[in-house]
Design a protein around this ligand. Structure first.
Ligand code: TRP
Length: 466
């Protein structure tokens, strides 16, 4: 059935391409040509969303092709963005506008930010004001429904691959906490200890232990226990018949060819990996949590996540209507750059690339001073004369994530660009922003007891009437 669906779209696209060409040849009215092109573009976006592949004239979908996400169309110049790798050649980082086109998502533009402000009645979070959450799917639909008193819920997650979390890991949680506060909605957080067991050389017990340790850092972000359910897959899957039923439904409706296309699995990947995407899909359906949604299967889900998780949710959105559920909406964030530069994201496995949530003020200071890639000039004289480049400067990038005051940030950008502000001074500002932030996090985490973790992780009703 899926092959047919692909093929139907493919034929429609081919026909529309022919139409555009013939209109152009016939020198038809500009309005008619434009309308035909609009439809063509829309079909291409649909095609990409359904197949995970770019439409190519003359190449019908075989269902076996590897997604273009990992193939490069321009001789190795394309950014790599998938759940396992993030890499680009550009010091400015990944080209996110291109990624929106490649993934077929939509840009979070000023209009949408204004709308979120209007509907929530709150000043938009700095991550929205500064384009850190930059892409979405169906956010307007979520807001339309919310305005008509139709609520929704939030779903996000974390793969607990080690004890050590870094500041980059907090981005989706900090933003999710804000969404929960301003919209007053339930939140589920999936800890994929099963995923990490399947992908990494770790024991099941270690992965499960990391899930509980990571839960403490997540709870320390300030989530409301009455509105939040955190779960380990290893625990919840076995205890919730409804959750497992949804996993099986997804498994039945996605073929090996499709996951190969979306994730690039090969014949030698273990079968656990091949079926795992169904487990990350299931929390996007409200019926997976009967204790929260009282059996309702139609509550809309909104998923804030980093853009590398999008392949999972392209798949989820594709199966949803075929198993009778609404498609989850998405908000995508950019990556948190490594200290060494925005060519890649922070990695917990490289101590010098990251600021950890356990770092002392002294370690933070040393790492920033030693390792943060600078967009400044080599000598003070040169810097004063020519100025620095904030677009490739990691200290400046980090300040855009964490400094709350827009005007102060803008002043720093100008002063750095003009050469008034030196690299050492900029780094000092970052250090002084990070130190109290990390210390506060450590205090909050210390106050998270095992009892609290248990409370958050127990399946139970939340403070909402569904
Ligand atoms: N796969 C994600 C990771 O490795 C964890 C995850 C599960 C997740 N469900 C999610 C992330 C939903 C964002 C949203 O980190």
């Amino acid at each position: 059935m899926h092959g047919l669906l692909f093929y139907g779209l493919y034929e429609q696209l081919t026909a529309q391409g022919d139409k555009v060409r013939s209109l152009k040849t016939a020198k038809a009215d500009k309005a008619d040509v434009d309308a035909a092109i609009q439809l063509l573009l829309k079909l291409k976006v649909d095609y990409k969303e359904v197949t995970g592949q770019d439409y190519k004239a003359g190449c019908p979908p075989s269902g076996t092709a590897v997604s273009n996400d990992r193939q490069s169309e321009n001789g190795g110049e394309e950014d790599t963005v998938d759940p396992w790798n993030v890499a680009t050649n550009s010091a400015k980082g990944v080209d996110y506008d291109k990624l929106i086109v490649r993934f077929g998502s939509s840009k979070i533009d000023q209009e949408l930010v204004d709308r979120i402000e209007k509907v929530s009645g709150q000043k938009p979070h700095r991550f929205l004001r500064r384009g850190i959450f930059f892409s979405h799917r169906d956010m307007n639909q979520v807001l339309d429904a919310y305005e008509k008193q139709k609520s929704f819920y939030l779903y996000t997650g974390r793969g607990p691959s080690s004890q050590a979390m870094h500041v980059g890991h907090l981005i989706p949680f900090v933003f999710t906490k804000w969404l929960q506060d301003v919209f007053d909605i339930p939140l589920v957080i999936q800890l994929t200890d099963d995923e990490k067991y399947l992908w990494k050389d770790l024991s099941l017990e270690d992965c499960h232990r990391f899930a509980e340790e990571n839960a403490k850092d997540i709870i320390a972000c300030g989530f409301d226990v009455n509105k939040t359910f955190i779960f380990s897959d290893l625990d919840y899957m076995g205890s919730s018949p409804e959750f497992y039923r949804n996993v099986v439904k997804v498994q039945k409706h996605v073929t090996f060819n499709q996951v190969k296309g979306i994730f690039g699995f090969s014949d030698s990947d273990c079968i656990g990996k091949i079926s795992f995407p169904a487990i990350q899909a299931a929390p996007a359906f409200s019926s997976s949590f009967p204790q929260i949604f009282k059996g309702r299967k139609d509550v809309q889900c909104l998923i804030p996540c980093a853009i590398d998780q999008d392949p999972y949710f392209r798949m989820t959105r594709d199966v949803a209507p075929r198993i009778g559920y609404p498609k989850p909406a998405l908000l995508h964030s950019t990556f948190f750059p490594a200290l060494q530069g925005a060519q890649t994201k922070m990695s917990a496995s490289d101590a010098n690339s990251s600021i950890f949530l356990t770092d002392t003020p002294k370690q933070i200071k040393n790492k920033v001073n030693k390792h943060a890639f600078s967009g400044g000039k080599d000598t003070i004289e040169e810097h004063r004369e020519q100025g620095g480049n904030p677009d490739i400067d990691v200290a400046f990038m980090y300040l855009t994530f964490f400094m709350e005051d827009d005007e102060q940030l803008e002043k720093i950008r100008q002063d750095y660009t003009s050469g008034i502000l030196l690299t050492g001074e900029l780094k000092k500002m970052l250090i002084e922003t990070l130190q109290p932030m990390i210390t506060a996090h450590q205090e909050n985490r210390k106050n998270v007891t095992d009892e609290m973790v248990k409370q958050f992780m127990t399946p139970r009703p939340l403070n909402f009437n569904f």
